[in-house]
Design a protein around this ligand. Structure first.
Ligand code: DAH
Length: 347
């Protein structure tokens, strides 16, 4: 009798595996392994049935073997599925959260130049200045000629200025990467949008062939100019002081004017800022817009100033190497970047 195949027994065994009541019992990997041994082990019911195959006729052998194989696959399917489930249950899952653990802070920061740029824009707008833009690829007329910069001025030299490309044009007509945002002054005056009483500012990229700890070949300038009956060195100082106090968030800020020279302003001044240590640092250039420029656009009196964005950002953050701005060093950005959008405003 023992030699007669009992496929029914195997089927029953397999059916029982899918009985939910039974499954509840199989709650450990050990119990699952025991079932496997009961089925496929040396003395398992499957192994003992399959050993009977050899006594059967050829046809019977084929049909029974097929059936047995299908049952074995069904068993293995069951086994793998529950093994996976029990394996994943084994992984420890935290039951309580530890609120004393440090916060995992991987939020991006805003580059200080970006947030200080926005801060400067906000202050200029609060001071009543209107924004005007100009192109970074400028021509020599707006960048030099219209600003009284003589043809033989050193700043026109190819060693100082980026000329766009060699061309048949004379050097005076060639395009350059603008060397200062003062070029926007002429564009704004020429536009005819402004009459005798206005305040305009611009902010943007400028380029010079310079590269050391305090210079980059590309940097940013803020240009401001005011045309008004009231324009004077005194009102210029008032504006600059207001801007700088707000930018540096320092009420007792001190600045001083020293005589300077710019071809487009007369008188011209260099403006210094006083540090806590008592030392003065040169910060920006400014002056009364020259008569010949004012008259060309039928205007009477005006002042202008040009501020380096990198310079005031470095002072605000206490940096001493301008190259830090462009290093793409994430650690640096985490340290000096801003985490709030407080000052972000787009022009
Ligand atoms: N354009 C000057 C520079 O790049 C800065 C400057 C000086 C701008 C005096 C002005 C000014 O508007 O009046 O160095």
């Amino acid at each position: 009798m023992g030699m007669i195949m009992d496929i029914q027994k195997i089927k029953k065994f397999i059916d029982s595996l899918f009985d939910p009541e039974y499954l509840k019992e199989v709650n450990t990997l050990e119990k699952l392994e025991k079932i496997k041994i009961d089925f496929l082990g040396k003395k398992g019911i499957f192994t003992s049935e399959i050993s009977k195959l050899k006594n059967l006729s050829k046809e019977e052998k084929i049909t029974n073997a097929k059936e047995l194989n299908a049952l074995k696959n069904k068993f293995l399917e069951f086994y793998e599925k529950y093994k996976d489930e029990l394996d994943s249950n084994k992984k420890p899952t935290p039951t309580k959260s530890d609120i004393t653990l440090p916060v995992y802070d991987e939020v991006g920061k805003i580059h200080p130049l970006r947030s200080c740029r926005s801060r400067a824009i906000k202050i200029m707008k609060d001071l009543g200045f209107e924004f005007e833009d100009g192109p970074s690829v400028e021509n020599c007329y707006y960048n030099f000629d219209a600003l009284n910069i003589p043809k033989d001025h050193p700043s026109r030299n190819e060693r100082d200025t980026f000329y766009i490309k060699e061309s048949a044009d004379s050097k005076e007509k060639r395009n350059i990467l603008r060397t200062h945002t003062t070029a926007v002054q002429i564009r704004a005056l020429e536009s005819g949008k402004y009459s005798d009483n206005f305040k305009v500012f611009s902010i943007g990229d400028v380029y010079r062939r310079d590269d050391d700890t305090t210079h980059l070949p590309m940097f940013h300038q803020i240009e401001g100019f005011v045309v008004s009956e009231e324009a004077s060195l005194a009102t210029l100082k008032h504006f600059l002081l207001s801007f700088l106090k707000m930018f540096f968030e320092k009420e007792d800020l001190e600045i001083r004017f020293r005589p300077g020279f710019f071809p487009f302003t007369e008188p011209s001044v260099e403006v210094d800022i006083k540090f806590k240590s008592g030392n003065w640092l040169e910060l920006l250039g400014a002056g009364m817009i020259r008569k010949n420029i004012m008259e060309k656009y039928n205007m009477k009196k005006g002042f202008a100033f040009g501020i380096g964005l990198e310079r005031i950002t470095m002072i605000k953050l206490g940096l001493n190497n301008m190259n830090d701005f462009v290093k793409n060093d994430l650690y640096w950005l985490k340290t000096y970047g801003y985490s709030s959008f407080e000052h972000i405003c787009y022009s």
